[in-house]
Design a protein around this ligand. Sequence first.
Ligand code: ADP
Ligand code: MG
Length: 693
Amino acid sequence: MKNGDVTAIFGEKVFNLPKMRERLPEDIYEAFLKTINEGTKLDFSVAEVMATAMKDWAIENGCTHYTHWFQPMTGLTAEKHDSFIQPTADRTVIMEFSAKELVMGEPDASSFPSGGLRATFEARGYTAWDPTSFAFIKDHSLYIPTSFVSYTGEVLDKKTPLLRSEAAIDKAARRVLRLFGKTPSRVVTYVGAEQEYFLVDKKLRNKRKDLLLTGRTLFGAKPAKGQEMDDHYFGQLKERVAAFMKEVDEELWKLGVFSKTKHNEAAPSQHEVAPIFSTANIASDHNQITMEILKKVANHHDLYCLLHEKPYKGITGSGKHNNWSIGTSDGENLLKPGKKPAENVQFLLFFASVIKAVDDYSDLLRVSVATAGNDHRLGAQEAPPAIVSMYLGDQLTEVVEQLINGVGVKYEEGELIETGVETLPEIERDTTDRNRTSPFAFTGNRFEFRAPGARQSIGGINIVLNTIVAQTLTEFADALEFSQNVPKDALDLAIKTFKEHKRILFNGNGYSDEWVEEAARRGLPNLKTTPDAMPHFKSDKSIQLFEAQGVFSRLEVETRCEIMMEEYNKTLHFEMLTMLEMAKQEILPACLKYTKTVAEGLAVKESLGINAPNERKTVKMLTALTEELMDKITALESATNIPDVDEFEVGMYYKNTVIPAMDLLRETADTLESVVGKEFWPFPTYTDLLYSI
Ligand code: ADP
Ligand code: MG
């Protein structure tokens, strides 16, 4: 980018609305707009014209291939590229792209996790074009965002259920809005995902098998300088980092991502990038693109981007704050507290619906952020606790308390009920008094869910959020649709909801031990690890919810749950094996070599009659620690005998047996690192990694 004018490059690589308007006949363009704005079914004839226009644009911009781009349950994205070539009779080729190729693809589904769905049904999987998320160009291919479903229509991805959950909340919210005389054509959820990540010098990273294979350090003694100095957050950007961020921004803008904010984060070498919010589906696609671009651009600068939730022990991990709100196609944010009383009742009802949803289904929210990586963050004193609670901000806490206590709300005979709410302050976005320890905070016009892990697709999180709020809104609509006095009954319902779900509200320090005890008294679940949380996903209550809202069938929940558990188990399996390999092939030889060197030096001195008692002690100490290391290697090795039981029990085995053995091995290895000579240590240390750039 030569000058600073972002408009000149924004969306350059996207087949967006201006390009469509330019290249499509007017009636086709209008029909397409109707589909994306109102969710009407797309006519095949529209797809035909669209396919040709897309292909022409893609070829003009250097593309030879196209790919359906989808989001299987791995949480990553998948692509299979086909070229546009089509043979002709005279044995040359023409470039073609049919409507059928645009609308449907048939990748081999057998290599993607399906939790047994394939065995039950068919190996085939289909991808289906999502016209609401625009096609884009990357590396000479035209990328077409798609859903991924099995032959019989069961979802195999993260996009399809997200779209279903958007439809569910749309339906429920419009029922509630009708009570207030409002009939927007659509209600949508908006998401802004703040993405945290670490950068590390690529050459150093490649010297560490753990970073290479698992994305996090499995060993590493505490560095002399950790993050105690608090000098990195919002600190000056280093030149190399600034150059990297500039390129990231430019790439994202070209791909139509509204990249807005970038800064240094709390830990050394930790950074954040955040876009301006968009609808949940687009935000989710854009977040996947963002993660890909971070990785790709890092490479150009000899850097490596670590998206793992906990790359370094003892150093703040990386999360993804999921800012979430709900609004109408008319541009009304339903979580914005308004001035007018009637609108306030409406706000209170939507506000209450989120509070009730989070309390009723806090276990599902915990499940939505449950991964092996994120388990290192949640509850680790520097990230949201594993207990889900809500913080409403000072002003709304007061409002809710007043309503619960009946203060400021006048119920006198004949008086309009709305007067009570007139006292509500107009609340502007409040950035000053936020409780950073809360996993789920109201921040003026949206909720911020801070528990998601940095590497996670935000698809799963927003599927749960949308579905649980759709459920409470449905219940509210059921309760109020026959009301003769909606403002009064709605306010009563909101107050009743606040009273019933007060226990989920917590404004104190979420990291404290007192909160753990208090939460237990309140009956809030404290699901510390993924194996603890996961069974809640397939509880009867959960399945009923997802079925009622048309988001997942029982089978889809069960298979998805199994896949997530399998993912956890596989992650730990790799970590365990990588740890053993590093311990046996790298750490142990280094310790033996160093001990030998010191011992030989000592022997020489003693043969000369020189007394070196401290060296003698050091050799003894090194020998003892190395022996200990070997014992712990043996212990972890015996833990590799994974019992032949179901995925959930295997998960418990990893949690109860393998992880403790890994922790013990690490403890000894890290102690050794701090006493073995630096030049003997087989890989870069924390200081090397964290201060490499
Ligand atoms: P902070 O770090 O102070 O929490 P940021 O500015 O880094 O805030 O990020 C806030 C995120 O919230 C941005 O992605 C922003 O676009 C998003 N956001 C703002 N308003 C809304 C809203 N109404 N709905 C959803 N997301 C929103
Ligand atoms: Mg931020």
